[in-house]
Design a protein around this ligand. Structure first.
Ligand SMILES: *Cc1c(COP(=O)(O)O)cnc(C)c1O
Length: 414
């Protein structure tokens, strides 16, 4: 099955009971069983079935199965948000005293979460890039995982997944990869060696910004050992399923960060057109970025598929000539950046990415408001930077809009 077909048919065959072509929305909190014996079996994972929507639900399970297929993993757990997915994935394997290595370019919300983890005695060590030299100086026997984003949001640095996975695995550590900004349309992290994949499904998967949600996909490839992860003691015997089994029956279930059936339905619906949308997001972003590149009044423009970009070679290779739907612009001053945003006609000034509509934001004053200047710089956030999530509008309209805003700013702000 090729990729576009798999978005529609991978691990999905509609509803067998009724012939419905979409998964029904099982909008119910709990599921009655025929006998006390049966519900006992379900609670002990000895029978398939559903008990309570906080643990699992047929609509949610259908969405999970489809993502598992697309990512090439063995199982997925859908969550109430992308942040819940990241929190649950880490809490599933970490204990007080443990350490994590993370790229410093990760999403602002994730940086905030890492501060919360520090309060629980979990140390996060930041790196600009995942190299042998850098890890050599940081990995110790308390290190439990390495984390990165495929395309850092908003630094737009591209992680060479294959190379990073090889380095991380040489230390026998799991590689947790947030693939939100790329999606399986650009790259399948598991194929290149990532062990756990995180997606904020609120973004491109859902596609039209109607639901907040996240999903964790387990490759089943990392060998969890009791020695390194005593917290997983009850699950290690399950081998390849250890991570997901602990997540489902323990961490995720107890945190209570389940996805609502309605939102799982919206995500499944969005997923079916992911490829069509991503194709347009990518071509629009490239054309718009190219048209602005080198123009007067722009200090810098970052898009992985611009030839001047430091990540051009890896983006071209890893994403097969695609660059994703996001670019950033630096306009010299905060005042000019604000004026540019205010002058745009179509682009919505909003904290989000991956919508069908073009979205812009000034990250320094919003998403990174809780980070200090040094943290901001490491994350690629500057006072004059605007992040643009390019939508699927007609490119002529977008070009006209962005160029008139630039002209206005150049004429009115020095
Ligand atoms: C948005 C985002 C998240 C958080 O997802 P929510 O669904 O908003 O909780 C995590 N990682 C990346 C890269 C994101 O863009």
């Amino acid at each position: 099955m090729k990729y576009d077909t798999s978005l529609l048919h991978g691990n999905f065959s509609g509803d067998r009971n009724t012939g419905a072509t979409l998964i029904p929305i099982y909008q119910t909190s709990a599921f009655g069983q025929d006998s006390a014996e049966q519900i006992e079996k379900i609670f002990h994972n000895q029978a398939a079935g559903f008990a309570y929507t906080r643990i699992n639900n047929p609509t949610v399970a259908s969405f999970e199965n489809r993502i598992t297929y697309l990512e090439g993993g063995i199982a997925s757990v859908a969550t109430s948000s992308g942040m819940a997915a990241i929190a649950a994935a880490f809490l599933n394997i970490l204990s007080s005293g443990d350490e994590v290595i993370s790229k410093s370019s990760v999403f602002g919300g994730t940086l905030d979460l890492f501060k919360d983890l520090e309060n629980l005695g979990i140390k996060v060590r930041y790196v600009e890039d995942i190299t042998k030299e850098v890890l050599e100086g940081l990995v110790n026997n308390r290190t439990k995982a390495v984390f990165a984003e495929t395309i850092g949001n908003p630094k737009l640095d591209v992680t060479d997944i294959k190379e990073a996975a090889e380095i991380i695995h040489s230390y026998n550590l799991p590689f947790i990869l947030d693939n939100t900004t790329a999606t399986t349309y650009l790259v399948r992290g598991i194929d290149l060696g990532a062990d756990i994949i995180i997606n904020s499904a609120s973004k491109y998967i859902n596609g039209s910004s109607n639901s907040i949600s996240g999903i964790i996909t387990d490759s089943g490839n990392y060998a969890w050992s009791l020695e390194k992860y005593p917290i997983m003691k009850d699950y290690i015997r399950l081998g390849r399923l250890a991570f997901t089994a602990k997540l489902r029956s323990d961490t995720f279930r107890n945190l209570g960060c389940c996805l609502s059936p309605m939102n799982a339905y919206y995500n499944a619906l969005g997923l079916e057109t992911l490829s069509l949308r991503m194709e347009r997001h990518c071509t629009n972003a490239l054309k718009l970025a190219e048209s602005l590149d080198g123009k007067e009044g722009i200090r810098e423009i970052a898009y992985p598929l611009l030839q001047s970009n430091p990540y051009y070679a890896i983006a071209k290779k890893q994403f097969k000539d695609k660059g994703g739907g996001i670019f950033t612009l630096r306009l010299y001053t905060k005042e000019r950046a604000f004026a540019f945003i205010n002058q745009l006609k179509y682009a919505i000034n909003i904290t989000n990415i991956g919508d069908t509509k073009t979205l812009v934001i000034h990250p320094a004053s919003t998403i990174y408001a809780h980070s200090n200047e040094e943290e901001q710089e490491k994350a690629g956030v500057y006072e004059d930077l605007i992040r643009v999530s390019v939508g699927i509008e007609d490119i002529e309209d977008l070009m006209e809009d962005f160029h008139q805003a630039l002209t206005y700013v150049n004429e009115n702000f020095k």
